[in-house]
Design a protein around this ligand. Sequence first.
Ligand code: ATP
Ligand code: MG
Length: 177
Amino acid sequence: MEKDGLTIVYTGKGKGKTTAALGIALRATGYDKKICMIQFIKGSWHYGEMDSSKLLEPKFEMITVGKGFVGIIDDKSPKEDHEKIAKEAVKVSSEKIQSGKYDIVILDEINYAVNLELITVNDVLDLIKSKPNKVDLVLTGNYAKDEVIEIADLVTEMREIKHPFQKGIKAKKGIDF
Ligand code: ATP
Ligand code: MG
């Protein structure tokens, strides 16, 4: 018998949160599961997973709301614009979670969106509390709120021990993006 769906949180300063979520997606497609990943915050960079996710369609679906969150970190548009998109992403997430179409829903960087005060912790708690029992929910991003950690079943904190960035080594294609 399948266990009930889990709420999984990857947080912390160390690298590997989004990578871990993508790892679950890769693993789960091996069992014919359906996965949806909603990206809450992305810079204007191109990420490899935007293309590799297409190779796993229709089992794996990746969604960027609005203009793809272009430039939350590197653009100067007003906070209200980002807020609007983040709220829209919450709405889309809710629809996807409730749709019955997916076994696993990944909310990438949602913790960070709360930390930036684009959405509230209650938005996140509502998504978790209202999820169908069998759906696994994965939330990533640093600064996960205590309330989210409390309600989750599995929480891993990525702790930075070393990062090449400290030596001035820039982000690497296929490893970082
Ligand atoms: P990844 O997407 O590599 O799994 P992440 O999801 O844990 O990283 P984010 O906070 O989403 O981390 O950061 C996104 C980008 O910043 C990625 O390119 C990642 O490699 C890089 N990064 C992650 N952690 C660090 C760090 N401690 N120092 C510098 N850069 C980092
Ligand atoms: Mg990430």
